[in-house]
Design a protein around this ligand. Structure first.
Ligand code: UT7
Length: 331
């Protein structure tokens, strides 16, 4: 093929309000020490009541445009990975397309929970690879604070709000996305879910009373599966591309829990610097976690043109997967 698909621009946004662990400790029975020790999280950003997911995503797009001016009419397709759409329909991507003024773009939401950005990126890449599209925006955006049960200490301490976006375009065949793994294990569906609000349990007074419109998670079980599956994905990407762990420039894991990332770097006998971590600042931002981390890694000079980069994510479903790419943008 005469071209590959690469990330050619990035943008990010996190809401101004920061909620610290100490503030959380005044809301539920928890402590800064417990949260830091068990998760690595120090704070998270919380959207203003006036902000919904399309607003966070739009601000991420404005940030991208500052670094990389783009004419909205050139955008072919907008993919938004989210579990917290502004509403069930129309899609957040539709709302975003209108805000951006991308009058020639198609728009779709994609729900793959914390692996959403990996699914969005690989879906978007296929449109460029096939030659039908030239300039795409892939967003990972979530306003988790709207679906977190602020009375449930086992979940409310880990999630946060944010948005990230990348532009995908054809790039030199030596660079860009080289391999993708997308997997699902629906047996884990009840381990992490938001039970009500869909066709199974439509909203009713009862579902509201029972807190069924909030995240329900068996944390310990999710943790064990996340460690296992994210390790498998990294291993498989290395093996089938004949790469050794030390060949990788940077691994960007979904930021779910600092201990999951730590277990992974120890398993592969890699130094911690090879794994990007920003969970201390943002908590678990679901679909936004990987694009936020990618953005920060890039702006901190941790991604150099030609580096092998692995994205690795696991989330509700269970849904998981990874992307291997040779970084294209100059640092
Ligand atoms: O993003 C999608 C994927 N999500 C994940 O990967 C999340 C994976 N899971 C986790 O990150 C961790 O399981 C949690 C951070 C959610 C919980 O940490 P843990 O070390 O697995 O705690 P645990 O659930 O095993 O609970 C240990 C103890 C329990 O008390 P007892 O029963 O031992 O007395 C909990 O009640 O810690 C208690 N606990 C808390 N204590 C203070 C649970 N949450 C809290 C809390 N503050 N916030």
């Amino acid at each position: 093929m005469e071209f590959s698909v690469g990330i050619t621009a990035l943008g990010a946004y996190t809401p101004r309000k920061v909620l610290t662990n100490d503030e959380l400790a005044s809301m539920v029975d928890t402590s800064n020490e417990w949260i830091v020790e068990r998760t690595g999280i120090h704070q998270r950003h919380i959207a203003d009541p006036s902000e919904a997911t399309s607003d966070l995503a739009y601000k991420a797009f404005l940030d991208l445009s500052v670094h990389h001016p783009v004419s909205p009419r050139e955008i072919d397709l907008i993919v938004v990975a989210t579990v917290t759409p502004d509403m069930i329909f129309p899609t957040t991507a539709n709302l975003l397309q209108h805000k951006i003024g991308a009058s020639n773009a198609g728009a779709m939401d994609l729900l793959a929970a914390c692996a959403g950005f990996i699914y969005g990126l690989s879906t978007g890449a296929q449109f460029i690879k096939s030659g039908t599209h030239k300039k795409l925006l892939v967003f990972g955006a979530d306003t988790m604070s709207r679906i977190v049960d602020w009375e449930d200490r086992t979940t409310c301490v880990i999630f946060g709000d944010g948005a990230g976006v990348v532009m995908l375009e054809p790039v030199d065949p030596e660079f860009g996305i080289r391999d993708v793994i997308l997997r699902s294990d629906g047996e884990g569906a009840s381990t992490l879910s938001m039970p009500a609000g869909g066709s199974r349990l439509p909203a009713s007074l009862d579902t509201v009373r029972q807190h069924l419109h909030f995240i329900k998670m068996n944390g310990r079980e999710t943790f064990a599966w996340a460690v296992r599956r994210m390790g498998e994905v990294l291993e498989e990407l290395l093996q089938r591309n004949s790469l050794k762990p030390e060949d990788i420039g940077l691994v960007i894991c979904h930021q779910a829990n600092g201990r999951i990332i730590e277990t992974t770097w120890k398993k592969f006998n890699l130094p911690p610097e090879k794994f990007f971590v920003n969970i201390h600042k943002y908590g678990n931002t679901t679909a936004a976690s990987i694009p936020l981390a990618l953005y920060e890694a890039y702006h901190e000079g941790r991604l150099k043109k030609g580096d092998w980069v692995v994205l690795d994510a696991f989330g509700a479903g269970f849904t998981y997967g990874g992307v291997l790419m040779k970084w294209w943008l100059n640092g």
